[in-house]
Design a protein around this ligand. Sequence first.
Ligand code: WT7
Length: 635
Amino acid sequence: MAQVKFHITNNDEYREAYAHSVAQPEDFWNHIAGHYNWRKPWSKTLEWNFEEPRVRWFEGGKLNITENCLDRHLEQRGNKIALIWEPNDPKEMSLRFTYRELHAHVNRMANILKNLGVKKGDRVCIYLPMIPELAFAVLACARIGAIHSVVFAGFSANSVADRINDSACEFVITSDGLNRGAKQIPVKSVVDEALETCPSVQKVLVVNRLNWPINMKTGRDVWYHNELMHANEQCAAEEMDSEDELFILYTSGSTGKPKGVVHTCGGYMVYAGYTFANVFQYRESDIFWCTADIGWVTGHSYILYGPLLNGATTMMFEGVPTFPDPGRFWQVIDKHNVNIFYTAPTAIRSLMASGVDHVLAYSLHSLRILGSVGEPINEEAWHWYHTHVGKGRCPVVDTWWQTETGGIMISALAGISELKPAHAGLPLPGIQAILVDAEGKEIIGNDVEGYLCIKYPWPSILRTTYGDHERCRINYFATYKNLYFTGDGARREANGMYRIIGRVDDVINVSGHRFGTAEIENAINQNKKVVESAVVGYPHDIKGQGIYAYVILADMQQANNHTRDEIIESVVEHIGRIAKPDVIQFVSGLPKTRSGKIMRRILRKVAEGEFSSLGDTTTLLDPLVVDEIIAGKQN
Ligand code: WT7
């Protein structure tokens, strides 16, 4: 077999790499992993079974991911820009950090954390807006072997507390407040409220973003800028085992509270760097912009780790697509000469709705490659993106992956693979994707549809869900024997290309944010007027899916807009503003089977406005509730 190359440059090489990765996975990944700096080589490439599950990559290998992200570039790229920061307000100055400067910032932050008492293996919750200190904080944790748990700054105090408590974080890094378009939003006060129920937290490091007067608790809260004055810019990286935990990232499932997906140092590093280089066909002088928030896995893998592992210039944006106007993305692309742009379908659709003139006002000549992530991209949005943003000359890579997969799994390679709108395309080397039927039997051939599973481990597969390994097993490895189940349905079409249909479990994807319907129902049910609720997703022009809540009140006289507002407030308080229901319909009953199970299929159809094809309703306890729900919806 041909020698394995880290960079794939044409389709034959892709096919060779893929074939090699399936025929000899360990040999394949040995070569790819050899591209990185290891303090000590691994002794065993892979050990696995999907029963427990137990997956270990590059066992015995010693490394620190930040040496690969930063130190290894200092000699050749010390003065190259590593990170560009673009503020919320275009009138404020953007910042640029060379690899040398980023290295120093990370080391200073690492020393500050050490001074506060953070040690290897400690969990650090990072609740920060998109400011440079967020990047420093993540990398500083990795530098000293602390496990970062970044929580998106749009989550409420309750959500922050749940996440801190689930992994017993000892430290929190936060800011006074944040900018979001024309608004300024408090952050520290959210942490203060959360910490009332978080006994594990010892210290809180606070970054000053807005110069806001905030409450600082003596003995617990420390200003970052004060600590910075005596922080050394040298900090030796902690030697980590390949399988030591690198980070926890909470994500929603179909049942219960969000779970902490755990990724480990070696495998995650190998896969994040490899996929970044190949999917985006990154070239040395490129400027790469991923518009995600670092609070989500996309930001972890493709704002920070993936680009930095490749010595790239990566951009971080504090703002929103529509402030000060819907041309902001395009203005930023021209301002910084962005070459590769990676965003979500929901952003594309919302900018599409504001009219093409905002795009046409900018040249966008620097763009070479476009990417999409987070949810299925509809053909209309794909074409708009390709035509108006990419001017017909930039390939659009539709990248399918998940928090649990750590990196991109199914995607075209930019400029190399065949493109088909709304199709993610072929699996990347190392990814043995299959479709199965409801019994778990593999579906062979093309032009077929089924449940998307992966039958062999890849280096950045999740290792566990924090503190509850059994939950990891049940969620991902118990549905189908010896397979990782993604929760997505997909079609495989001509030439083996995949088209992702969407979740087949009770997870909904709202503007690329993932929620369990049960999680939203729990939040709604906190309102004392509510007896029961059922939440489903429905097609939404901009968000992809909207949140539709059916709610039963103790007193149906209270079925009014005031109660609606209270219910929305409950959701904002228990989850965060990103999970606000779009529609609340008051009903006197829910369609249930005789065994008491809510028939969500019917609720989904009604929410979609499809009343004619409700299927069999004869097994319902009370078929009349369906008529009432339809009548209520039509009003
Ligand atoms: C779910 C994972 C890691 C990306 C950010 C979201 C959906 C993601 C695509 C895509 C169709 C997609 C899936 C997946 N999804 N990318 N390109 N096409 N669907 O990560 O929050 O873990 O959500 O997002 O349904 O299971 P996440």
